[in-house]
Design a protein around this ligand. Structure first.
Ligand SMILES: *Cc1c(COP(=O)(O)O)cnc(C)c1O
Length: 715
């Protein structure tokens, strides 16, 4: 029980808003510093474990109470969205929400229901929607066994262990029906009726509902249907997507919500459009009219040109999982099949094709990816020229409050004035960054590098104590890294096209570079391979082996168990970000934006966001390989060339221990460009003005009377 005077701490802990409020983090930290670290920055768990005497003491401490009152005053304002950008600009649309469906959401490490960039992007969008007052409602799946926790064996092979969600230690709340029932909606799949419940998490003003089939009433195979994120068993995956899309629409109806716009973040959620079709046809519309209506108000974002990123199913699988849903919809099997095919000449049902057919507004996630997507999906519009295909782009962005390190935010506050974060979409704010004092900026960066290095050492110490007896492992996790050496970071999923091992194609040259006695270089790696991706695991194994190879002299580290927290540490604490996707397979890539926001310039191939973000002053670009060259060799040689002849000399051109002026300039431009063009604020405003508003106006213009949804379940 919390003392009365500070009882609202429990509410604050259960809203992930705290995660991007420095004063709020400080508040929890000051409750009990050791426990804050011990619970891995988890206030729900902290409040569960903290000693009652400690709480009593805080409740009587004037300094603590002063901070508490400030935080609570700001927290209370979340309930009211007047004064936010969206409410001020579009009051007429603030009434009906935007439903945002995503198979994963990366919000905080205490909620392991994400695997990588797609989930973190969805999480960042929701955080930004809260900041801007955009009425987004998220819909996802509750994977009660999580994604997976990474442990790498002595042989360098990734072992995947469970990382279940502990609902008692995470900010989720079970949603109950007005009758107090955990089952909120039902749907039929694989010939059985499945009850669906939901957990809700608040992200500032934005609720996200995670659909849950792990209810007593369901058959065992249905309870485990959504146990894990991204299962590879196709039919199970299809069932998950069926629950997400169809179940998600039904849940929104049961909650009494009437979205104006329906946004599917990637094809996994595209069955939502099918359920909406069914509703319109049931309301008496013809199939063609229903399709037109669904298209008017649907937005679809495609996220990858890599074939494995697009789910396809056979019609037999669809029939087994969805039953003859076409009968329920009132269309023929053939007509249903046509919604998802054919795209590439095969007979399969493509989730992306389904989304392209049923969403009237479609976008890729960078200018280049928009272009690539128009070419990939050209066959769907054979009568049009490729440039004329209705796929646009909204370049991804990252949430500033989540990704920019606090010391840097404080430096900018001192330099630009206290309200600069609120004015972050004013380009002048970012021009102001260019006049930062070099040494002050460097001092902040040095602090962040020290934080990364002490984190690495502490992790190594714990593993040494708890797990290993082998000293080579210690070197491999970075115990020999030096905080004064140019440090290059590479952290992301170990998908083959991201080429984490590219530089190892020429190990001798890499070794000379890293072990140069006067101007050495270090490499820090982190990332997980998908549990079913053996080529990805082989790449990881190779990197892991190099990290323990004494001939690299301890200048390579591989950090296990990559998650949101480790991502922040690395992106804020290295000197240079390395991004080597094989062109044109990276749709966007967001980790380089996060690094750049922290003054970490990027070296990368001209793919994804870098094709539009590279200015010549904020990092380095590898020119695109000519068609007749081996792209791997080309990109590797250019990378090593640039590091050796431009980056190392520039970094080490330092006057009496200070920062090299050329390097400081790169850092400032990195921040300015990322801040001006690659934040989630810019991204969400693009979605609102170019996608949501036109769709919502169409919805408002043709208000359809739907039957009253019944009493709303409450959280
Ligand atoms: C930003 C982020 C990613 C995305 O990285 P890419 O640059 O798109 O490869 C993946 N995982 C985590 C934890 C992240 O924070």
């Amino acid at each position: 029980m919390l003392p009365e005077r500070i009882r609202l701490l429990a509410d604050v802990a259960r809203n992930l808003w705290w995660a991007w409020q420095p004063d709020c983090r400080e508040l929890f930290r000051s409750l009990d510093r050791r426990l804050w670290e011990g619970t891995r920055h988890n206030p729900v768990e902290l409040l569960r474990q903290i000693a009652p005497e400690r709480l009593e003491r805080c409740a009587a401490d004037p300094l603590f109470l002063e901070l508490y009152d400030t935080v609570i005053a700001r927290f209370s304002r979340l309930a009211d969205d007047t004064g936010t950008w969206f409410h001020g600009s579009y009051p007429e649309l603030a009434r009906r929400p935007i439903a945002y469906f995503s198979a994963e959401f990366g919000l905080h490490r205490s909620l392991p229901v994400y695997s990588g960039g797609l989930g973190v992007l969805a999480g960042d969008l929701c955080k930004e929607a809260s900041d801007l007052g955009v009425p987004v409602v998220g819909i996802g799946l509750f994977y009660h066994k999580g994604y997976f926790d990474q442990r790498v064996g002595l042989d360098g092979w990734q072992r995947d262990s469970e990382d279940p969600v502990d609902t008692g230690a995470s900010p989720v709340v079970r949603v109950l029906s007005p009758q107090g029932d955990v089952s909120l909606v039902r749907l039929e799949t694989s010939g059985r009726e499945v009850h669906i419940g939901a957990w809700r998490v608040m992200v500032g003003r934005v609720p996200i509902y995670f659909l849950d089939t792990d209810l007593d009433r369901n058959a065992p195979e249905d309870r485990d249907l959504a146990a894990r994120l991204y299962t590879v068993a196709t039919e199970l995956r299809l069932r998950q997507e069926w629950v997400l899309g169809v179940g998600g629409v039904r849940l929104l109806r049961a909650l009494g919500l009437e979205p104006a716009v329906w946004h599917a973040n990637e094809g996994h959620a595209a069955f939502l459009y099918v359920e909406r079709l069914r509703e319109f046809i049931a309301d008496g519309l013809s199939p063609d009219e229903a399709i037109a209506r669904v298209r008017d108000t649907s937005v679809f974002t495609t996220h990858t040109p890599v074939p494995a990123g697009h789910d396809t199913f056979s019609m037999d699988e669809i029939e087994r999982v969805a039953g003859p849903f076409w009968n329920v919809m009132g269309i023929t099997r053939q007509r249903f099949a046509e919604l998802g095919g054919p795209a590439t000449g095969d007979e399969r049902f493509h989730m992306t094709v389904l989304a392209l057919r049923l969403a009237g507004r479609v976008n890729g996630v960078s200018a280049r990816h928009g272009d690539v997507s128009r070419r990939i999906w050209h066959p769907l519009w054979p009568e049009r020229a490729a440039d004329d295909i209705p796929i646009g782009h909204v370049t991804n962005g990252v949430h500033l409050g989540t990704w920019m390190a606090r010391p840097l935010r404080e430096l900018l506050t001192a330099h630009l004035g206290p309200d600069w974060e609120a004015r972050q979409d004013d380009p002048d704010v970012w021009s102001g960054v260019l006049t930062l004092n070099d040494d002050t900026l460097w001092a902040v960066h040095e602090r962040l590098r020290q934080l990364l290095h002490s984190y690495i050492r502490e992790e190594a110490r714990h593993r040494w104590r708890d797990h290993w007896k082998d000293a080579a492992k210690l070197a491999g996790v970075g115990a020999l890294l030096s905080p004064n050496v140019l440090t290059i970071g590479f952290a992301r999923r170990f998908a083959s096209y991201k080429r984490a091992d590219l530089l190892f194609r020429n190990p001798d040259r890499l070794r000379r570079l890293l072990t140069n006695p006067r101007r050495p270089v270090q490499l820090v790696f982190a990332g997980k391979a998908h549990p079913a991706d053996d080529p990805g695991k082989q790449i990881l194994q190779r990197v892991y082996g190099a990290a323990q190879d004494p001939s690299f002299e301890g200048r390579i580290a591989f950090l296990e168990a990559y998650d949101l927290h480790l991502a922040q540490r690395i992106m804020q604490g290295v000197d240079l970000w390395l991004n080597l996707p094989r062109v044109p397979l990276e749709a966007c890539g967001t980790s380089g934006m996060k690094a750049a926001l922290n003054g970490v310039p990027q070296l990368g191939t001209l793919d994804g966001w870098w094709a539009e973000g590279f200015t010549g002053e904020n990092g380095w670009a590898i020119p695109e390989a000519p068609a007749d060259a081996d792209a791997d060799d080309w990109d590797m040689n250019h990378t090593l060339e640039l590091v050796e002849h431009e980056i190392v000399p520039l970094f080490y051109r330092r006057v009496s221990g200070k920062v090299s002026p050329g390097w400081a300039s790169m850092m400032k431009h990195a921040i300015a460009v990322a801040g001006r063009r690659f934040t989630s604020r810019r991204m969400l405003r693009d979605y609102v003005t170019r996608y949501y508003l036109p769709a919502a106006r169409e919805a408002n213009g043709r208000e359809v009377a739907r039957p009253p949804a019944g009493a709303a379940p409450h959280g």
